[in-house]
Design a binder for this molecule. Structure first.
Ligand code: FES
Ligand code: FES
Length: 205
């Protein structure tokens, strides 16, 4: 167990000093970085989904280069370190980060819940490698899950940014080709009264 009375963390360029302990307002030694960011600082762009290191939604960048799942990291471990969240990506002078702009240009999201985590993983990748290959992009994103199936547009956005225009198209074709037995949509339940006035169902072939 790490024993500290105080910790100081630079988050999005601002220094925060936290008291460590179990008292009111203190950061307990077992508090995760994701909870500190969201619940103490209001930085809710960092999402929590699985809360066990499996989905990538909570990813932040540490010390300017490392993508870290903040739900799996204790805040007290970040004393003296720098954390970047999705809120800190936009440059106050230049505007949105090129990755954020690429996601907007390519509509690389649907509900958007996974998007901050994917953007932060991509940012870490591009910090370390300005022109990643399609394979490196896929490998970097292999720990990020999107239940809205935005992956194809995410790959398109990132490959365009990396200058992999041709390879990006090949990726999408390959991905579609691999869907040999798509899940059949047989029945759509309209449970909302806004859909057609009453609960009903119909089949789609
Ligand atoms: S919420 Fe942290 S990895 Fe899923
Ligand atoms: S866009 Fe909805 S979970 Fe990814």
């Amino acid at each position: 167990m790490i024993k500290q009375d105080h910790i100081t963390i630079t988050i999005n360029g601002k220094r925060y000093k936290f008291s460590v302990g179990d008292g009111y307002g203190e950061v307990p030694p077992n508090e995760t970085l994701a909870d500190t960011l969201r619940n103490r600082l209001g930085l809710t762009g960092t999402k929590i989904s699985c809360n066990e290191g499996a989905c990538g939604c909570c990813t932040v960048i540490v010390d300017g280069k490392d993508a870290v799942a903040s739900c799996m990291a204790l805040t007290v471990e970040f004393d003296g370190r720098e954390v970047l969240t999705v809120e800190g990506l936009e440059d106050p002078v230049k505007g949105l980060d090129p990755i954020q702009q690429a996601f907007i240009d390519e509509y690389a999201f649907q509900c958007g819940y996974c998007t901050p985590g994917i953007i932060m993983v991509a940012k870490a990748l591009f910090i370390n490698n300005e022109h990643p290959t399609p394979e490196q992009i896929q490998e970097a994103l292999s720990g990020n899950y999107c239940r809205c199936i935005s992956q194809y547009t995410v790959l398109r956005a990132l490959n365009k940014l990396a200058g992999n225009e041709d390879a990006e198209l090949a990726n999408i074709v390959r991905a579609n080709d691999e869907i040999e037995n798509p899940i059949p949509v047989r029945q759509v339940l309209h449970l909302s009264p806004y859909a057609n006035g009453s609960s009903s169902s119909h089949s789609i072939d």
